[in-house]
Design a protein around this ligand. Sequence first.
Ligand code: C2E
Ligand code: CA
Ligand code: CA
Length: 517
Amino acid sequence: MRHRASIQDLGLVLAVVLVAGFLFLEIEIFVHEDTATDAEKTLALNEVMILGTLLSLGMLLFSWRRLREQKSETRRRAAAEQEARQLASQDVLTGLPNRRKFNDCLSAAIQAPPGSGAAHALIMLDLNGFKQVNDVHGHGAGDEVLILVAQRLQKAAREGDLIARLGGDEFAIVSQHLAGPEAATGIALRVIDALTSPVVIKGVRHQVGAALGVCMFPFEGADAQEVMRRADVALYKAKADEKSALRFFDEVMDRHVRERAQLERELRTAIANHDIRPEFQPLIELKSRQVVGFEALARWTHPSLGEIPPDRFIPIAEDSGLIQELSDQLLRQACQTARQWPDGVTLAFNISPVQLRDRQLGLRVLGILASTGLAPHRLEIEITESALVRDLDGAKEVLGALRDAGVRIALDDFGTGYSSLYHLRNFKIDKIKIDRSFVESMGAEEESSEIVSALVGLGRGLGLTITAEGIEDLAQEEDLLARGCELGQGHLFSRAVSGTDTAAFFPGSTAERGLSG
Ligand code: C2E
Ligand code: CA
Ligand code: CA
C-alpha cells in the first residue's frame, strides 16, 4: 500500500519536473524570440499561464497527498501503541486484564473511596483441582479450562467489575461502590455457582471449584498491599476449610495466620535442631495385659509455649514441606529405641496423608530400617482412610513396596472416614484401629457399642487384628473384651512415655514397671 503511494508520488514529481521544464522552454521562447508575432506571444503567454496553473495544481495535489499520508501514518502508529499497551496489560491466554492492570486498577480504586455506607471489595480466587487437570490431562486441557473459567467469571461478575488473571489458576475481582459485604457475598456466590458445573473439554468433564477470599476496603485496608494481604489471608482460610469456599477477612483470622506463620518458623528451627522427639504409648493385649508394641507419638516442647500437641504442628509441617524431614528424623529415633525391645514387640508409626504422595517414601522407610537395624516385620505403618481415598494409586504403590518388604499396615481412626470394604480388601490391610470416639461413647450410647461390635465382626471376618484406641476405664476394657476386641491402647494402661522409659514395661528389665489400672 505504502509502496504504491511512493510510486505514485514519484510519477507526480516527474510530471511536475516535465511541466516545469516545458514552462521554462516557453518562457525562453517568449523572452528571446524577437521575431515572434504578437499573436504568437499571446499564445505563448496563455500557455505559460495554463502551465503555471497546472504546476500549482500539481504542487497542491502533491502537498495534499503528503498530508494525507502523514495523517494515516500517525493513526497507524497510535493504533500500534494502543495494541502494545493493551498487550502489556492483558493476559495473553484468557484475554483478561493481567496483574499489572490489576495493580493499577486496585490503586485507582483506593484513590477513589466509595460514598458513605458503600465499600469496594477485592475478591481473590483460587481454583480447586486445577493442578490435577494439568498433571493428568496435560497443559493444553489446563489452558482451555482457564479460558472457560475466565468466560464464566466475566458472566458472573457485575458490569464494570475488574476481573483479572494474576497468574496460574489465580484470579482477582475488584468490585467498586458496593452497598456492603452482602453485595460482595452476592458476587462471590454467583462466582461459586458459575464454577459449580463441570468444564467439558474434548468430552472430558473437569470439576473445578474455587476458593474465595474477600477484603472490603477502605476500612479493612488503606493501601493496596494491605488490601491484598488481607484478601489473601481470607483466601488461605477458605482453602483450608472444606465446608465453605468463601471467607471474609477478619481480625481473629489475621491473628491466627500470624501465629501460625510464627509457629512455622519455630518448627523449622526445632526440626533443624532435632528438638522434636518420639514418645511411646504401649499397645496392650487385653486378655493378658501384655505389651505387644508401642505407638510412636511426636512430642515438641516449645521453649515458651510448653507442650504443643502433634495435632497442631503436624499439619503445619505438612503444609510447609517439612513433614518428610520431620518424619524421617522421628522414625530413625523410634527405630533406634525399638531395637532395644524384645523381639516380638512392634513399633507403630504414623504416616500422614501428604507423605503418601511421595513415591520415594517406601524406599526411604526401608532405608531407615536397614540403617538402624530394625527388622521390617517389626514396623507397623498407621495411615488414615482419608489418605487412601485421596490418592488410591499412589497409596497402592507406596504401601505395596513396604508390604512386600514385610512391613505391616494399620488403618487408623477407623470408622470416622470413608470406611469401605473396598479399601480393606484392595490394600491388604493387616489391622484396624477403632477410633477413640466410639470407645468414649460406648457406655453412654448403645449405638456406639453396636458399631464397635460390627467393626470387630467386620475385621475378624477379613482376618484383621483389631485395636481399640482411647481406653480410659475398666468398664470400657471389659466391654471391648466381651465384644471380641483383642488389642487396646489408652490412658487406662499408660500414656506415651520417653524412649528410655519403655524399658520398664518388660519383665526382667532393671527399671521394670507394671501397667497401671
Ligand atoms: P492418633 O494416631 O490417633 O494417636 C492417638 C492419640 O490419642 C494420641 O494423641 C494419644 O496421646 C491419644 N490418646 C491415647 N490414649 C488416649 C486416651 O486414653 N484418652 C485420650 N483422650 N487420648 C488418648 P497425640 O499424641 O496428641 O496425637 C494426636 C495425633 O497426631 C495422632 O493421632 C496422629 O494422627 C498425629 N501424630 C502424632 N505423632 C505423629 C507422627 O509422628 N507423625 C504423624 N504423621 N502424625 C502424628
Ligand atoms: Ca495413630
Ligand atoms: Ca488414631
